[in-house]
Design a protein. Structure first.
Length: 394
């Protein structure tokens, strides 16, 4: 059974790692890891492979940065020869980045089954490139693995057949729970000169809607600057955000500590110890829910509503006064502790691989039986009829 697993950006690496570990339990699965190269430098790629104990990719498409259209097209061009050479039984894609959609489309057009990990999530905001990627990937996929009930409802409402949808839990939680102990040994707190009991807020910003428009970026940084007068702020800066801050002349105050992008273990350690987290990331909303750390999402919507209904997350948008009001409430002890959603237990990757193994094995069996029946029918047709006057044996 040949399986191609595709990863292209930091969130993908976190989701693919549990699948690779689960595959190792099956002697009859030949798994090939394809890195699209969408995130390609040490900070955005190699550090995550090292921290998550992911083996070097078998193939790297080396796509690099480009516009959405060019990057998507380039991945498709470079992935098609891989599919033709490897002839996989299934292509596994995760999340909602350009590589996800590009590889799913390419596989579907060649008739190769596609499995989408983290299917069905919807922000219902088509201005988000990720939303387009999610919807299109889901509708060319044959196996749709969901993290929460809203995702199943979204897929059914969009006409996806029930037998394609599988509730399996969250592979992001698999990685977090699996590496929590290792992350606890990170020395990031001492490197940033943070005392064990010193409270701090952790901030991440990277989405185009947050950082590409000058007005939005100024509003968010004004709120972060004001928050730094209440609590120390640690802000690992995404390369995109750093570029936009320089372009728009946005500065931070002394209470905001800007740091380079961090590896998975360092960032997980910072999240674990943070008094609160402010983010525009979907994955961080889920991770803070698992860690039971208060999270303020700097967006008007979320594709992960379970983090609001069960978890520690609150939507606050980009209005500085609203953000500060929620920050003060959390610092005063008025926070949502939440609970961990069902199936976010660290075994989602095992469930996904078990389902694919079962379903693909059954499909192979059906093809084998069909081929056997065809052979029998063709043999019967080819058999000569008894000679005229022949006497049947008794």
């Amino acid at each position: 059974m040949r399986m191609l697993l595709v990863a292209g950006a930091r969130p993908n690496f976190v989701k693919i790692a549990p699948l690779l570990r689960a595959v190792a339990a099956y002697h009859d699965i030949e798994a090939t890891l394809v890195h699209s190269g969408q995130h390609y430098d040490e900070r955005m790629s190699e550090a995550f492979f090292r921290d998550l104990e992911i083996p070097p990719p078998d193939l790297n498409l080396n796509v690099g940065s480009a516009s959405h259209a060019v990057q998507t097209a380039e991945v498709m061009k470079r992935f098609e020869p891989v599919l033709l050479a490897y002839a996989p039984d299934v292509v596994v894609v995760a999340g909602d980045v350009n590589s996800t959609l590009a590889c799913a489309l390419t596989a579907a057009k060649l008739g190769v089954p596609v499995a989408h990990v983290e299917a069905g999530l919807r922000s219902f905001d088509r201005t988000m490139p990720e939303e387009i990627n999610r919807v299109l990937t889901d509708h060319v996929s044959d196996f749709l693995f969901t993290t929460e009930p809203s995702a199943q409802r979204n897929l059914r409402r969009e006409g996806v057949a029930r037998d394609k949808i599988f509730a399996v839990g969250n592979v992001m939680a698999d990685s977090l729970l699996g590496f929590l102990d290792k992350a606890s040994r990170s020395d990031i707190l001492s490197r940033l000169q943070l005392g064990d009991a010193e409270p701090y807020a952790l901030v991440t910003l990277h989405r185009p809607a947050s950082v590409d428009e000058a007005a939005s970026l100024h509003r968010l940084l004004a709120a972060i600057n004001a928050m730094s007068r209440l609590i120390r702020v640690i802000f690992p800066v995404h390369p995109r955000t750093s570029q936009q801050m320089e372009k728009h002349g946005v500065a931070v105050e002394a209470g905001v500590r800007l740091v380079e992008p961090l590896g998975y273990l360092d960032f997980l350690r910072l999240m674990t110890k943070a008094r609160l987290v402010l983010t525009d990331s979907g994955g961080v909303q889920e991770e803070t829910t698992v860690l039971r750390v208060p999270c303020l999402t700097l967006r008007q919507n979320t594709e992960r509503p379970i983090t609001l209904s069960l978890g520690t997350n609150r939507l606050v948008g980009s209005d500085a006064r609203r953000i500060l009001r929620q920050v003060r409430a959390i610092l005063a002890g008025h926070e949502r502790r939440g609970r961990i959603p069902r199936l976010w237990d660290g075994r989602a990757g095992e469930r996904i691989i078990a389902i694919l193994h079962r379903e693909l094995s059954a499909a192979a069996g059906r093809r084998k039986n069909s081929a056997l029946e065809t052979t029998v029918r063709e043999t019967e047709i080819a058999m000569p009829s008894p000679a005229a006057g022949a006497v049947a044996s008794r």
